[in-house]
Write a new protein. Structure first.
Length: 374
């Protein structure tokens, strides 16, 4: 197995502000040339938040860092205030409000983490988090208690890879974090290479926001670092069609043209995409970019995120509208991560109702019911 150089052998560098005001090795980068803006003071300088909110926002950023790439800042500055993109990434004073049913570990990663960097919740797949750093931090993040804390150490990453090597039931390795595509190209190449050498692993999946938030990162050399003998699927996180500007579309095209199948995951967010028209536009644009919609997540009960969450009833109503209005290619799976680590389940509307044995009522996409006999 490929051996990784000790992180301590390279000088650390401050790259963000927030939960840990951490020092991270240069093996984690935000952009090949330009660092992300990160100080909460910049929020006022850039006129992104009102001055009277900065005290509450600074408090919120002690729990979830603030950072923003030049690419994303350009998009936000072109929006109206309180628009769908800025709402996702600019800290808000309401984040300090925590509901009684909100959790520090809302999807229960910790009980399923046998070694640092591994979450093994399902039998045939594991989550590997080589870094907890992101180029930009989503304000609804369900790992807000963990992200921002840099890379796995050399020994922890080795232990994580050894865990995968020693568990032959693992067929899929999902790289997440943080954002795994924020790793330096060399580190990413080594990591993909190490996973590729594990014989029983059949597929690699990468969860990322980088093609959307830092598209210049997707260079030819970077793309080559992702290639291996095993299939590599890339799942891009995108919540609104306004995120898919020309630079991001071009980055996605470069990945698809190089043979990477691409899927999407989105989060249902109140006031951002919680209506059928907005989601329809997003899903259609993703498909036009050759990205298959995969998951639409119901908002997790992370602390300080109640202002983002809809009800399940709202989500089901939207999904029912989408079913009849747009192509099957554009249909995501509406999913709920059951709190406390019980896993994901589909929670879309049901179209079947049992009348008696072998006798069913079936609702069509218009809501009209029909009898079906087994």
């Amino acid at each position: 197995m490929i051996q990784f150089k000790e992180l301590g052998a390279e000088p650390p560098e401050n790259i963000t502000h927030g939960a840990y005001t951490m020092k991270v090795a240069k093996n984690v980068i935000h952009s090949s040339k330009t660092k992300a803006k990160s100080s909460t003071d910049k929020l006022i300088d850039l006129e992104l938040v009102p001055p009277d909110h900065i005290e509450a926002i600074s408090k919120a950023c002690k729990e979830l860092p603030f950072s923003i790439t030049p690419h994303l800042l350009k998009i936000i500055k072109s929006e109206e205030s309180n628009a769908p993109i800025s709402k996702q990434f600019i800290p808000s004073h309401v984040e300090i409000k925590k509901e009684l049913d909100e959790l520090k570990d809302p999807i229960g990663d910790i009980p399923h983490s046998p070694v640092n960097g591994i979450v093994h919740r399902y039998p045939d797949r594991v989550l590997l988090t080589p870094t907890l750093t992101c180029p930009v931090y989503c304000r609804f993040c369900f790992r807000r208690e963990a992200v921002g804390n840099g890379m796995l150490s050399y020994s922890d990453l080795k232990n994580a890879l050894d865990y995968i090597q020693n568990h032959s039931e693992i067929w899929e390795v999902i790289l997440s974090g943080g954002d795994p595509l924020s790793l330096a190209t060399r580190r990413l190449r080594e990591l993909i290479g190490s996973i590729n050498e594990i014989e029983h692993v059949g597929v690699v999946r990468i969860h990322t926001r980088v093609p959307i938030l830092d598209p210049k990162r997707i260079t030819s050399d970077f793309i080559d670092a992702l290639k291996c003998e095993k299939p590599v699927f890339i799942v891009v996180h995108c919540n609104h069609s306004n995120e898919l500007v020309s630079e991001s579309e071009a980055a996605i095209s470069r990945l698809v043209d190089n043979g990477f199948p691409m899927l999407s995951q989105s989060v249902l967010l109140k006031g951002i995409n919680d209506d059928a028209e907005t989601l329809s536009a997003l899903m259609k644009k993703l498909v036009q970019c050759r990205v298959k919609p995969y998951y639409l997540h119901h908002g997790d009960k992370a602390e300080g995120t109640s202002h983002f969450r809809t009800t399940l009833a709202v989500g089901q109503k939207i999904i029912r509208k989408l079913r009849g209005q747009i192509s099957g290619l554009c249909q995501p799976n509406y999913m709920l991560d059951i709190p406390n680590g019980h896993g994901k389940v589909p929670v879309g509307p049901s179209y079947l109702q049992v009348v008696e044995e072998n006798n069913w009522k079936v609702s069509d996409w218009r809501g009209v019911t029909h009898q079906y006999l087994d």
